[in-house]
Design a protein around this ligand. Sequence first.
Ligand SMILES: Nc1ncnc2c1ncn2[C@@H]1O[C@H](COP(=O)(O)OP(=O)(O)O)[C@@H](O)[C@H]1O
Ligand SMILES: [Mg+2]
Length: 343
Amino acid sequence: MPDGAQPVLQVRGLKTVFRTRAGEVHAVNDVSFHLRRGELLGVVGESGSGKSVTMMSLLRLLPAPPAEIRSGEVLLDGRDLLKISDAELREVRGGKVGFVFQDPMTSLNPVFTVGMQITEALRRHMGLDKAAAETRAVDLLELVGIPDARKRLGAYPHQFSGGMRQRVMIAIALSCDPDVLIADEPTTALDVTIQAQILELVKELRRKLGMAIIWITHDLGVIAGIADRVMVMYGGQVVEQAPVRELFANPQHPYTRALLQTIPKISGEREARLKVIEGQPPMLAAVPAACAFRDRCEFRHDRCDRENPLRRPVDGKTLGQGHDVACHWQAPAAARPQEVAHA
Ligand SMILES: Nc1ncnc2c1ncn2[C@@H]1O[C@H](COP(=O)(O)OP(=O)(O)O)[C@@H](O)[C@H]1O
Ligand SMILES: [Mg+2]
């Protein structure tokens, strides 16, 4: 892992709200993180924790209104994506940054052939002519493991299985040699075997192409198998982040610890019932003035009701560089390493 490498992406103090009839929803509250070149950052958190809104805010993909990015910086190679023109941003989307959405059916346009959808991206972003775009489209489809690629250029999305459509989406996201690939729960809708195949594919592509990846999932088991570093989100905030082994060996936030307990163990404990995290995720009607996790936390104390904890380094490193957590409670030092099923 390129530890000292310059970040390709640096997000600082991102705040996104939705204005709804019932009032404001504070979906993303002061989120900061970075992504190093070639690194795979896993983002986890249960549904509603702000993962998608964060990533869509980076590329200004949310409809405004109701969405409003209140503040923050999104530096891609030093350029703030929140400040550049719409035209420049269109170059970045699908150019330097590839994006794979959650639902393959809604992401590919059903009325155009797969070939047209890939070549369109290539012609627009890379200025290739029709013949060159088709050649590259075939290469890309082969790269993501689609058999008979040239023949399949003329097929429509519904003629592909869910797993194959997802591979096509990945091919499109990769078509312009992105520096960053953002994958938002790309395997959630797929069955477990296909999920495993897609994960293998991504590992292999990363080895071959060396791009940095943000992989969003609500499944820490998936993260264990592929990530270098993990960021845990809760209530629109980053509550913990650490290199993957460190996070699994030494989880600090009570929410992370609870998430880890929801992963099946490999050692003959498959039968054991999964622990469910009790309680509801917070309604994000206000910026939290207290800890957002307190109602569900077994370690809650007075300070948690008065003060939203700031992120602090756990390991003495600069904030963001090692292991940090946003929690008033101090986890006991020698937490037992977790044995996890690798995805
Ligand atoms: N269009 C919208 N209008 C109002 N609230 C929204 C909208 N989209 C998302 N939200 C809210 O933003 C919060 C974060 O959502 P999201 O980022 O999609 O969560 P995740 O991807 O972690 O499941 C949720 O509380 C969700 O209800
Ligand atoms: Mg989501």
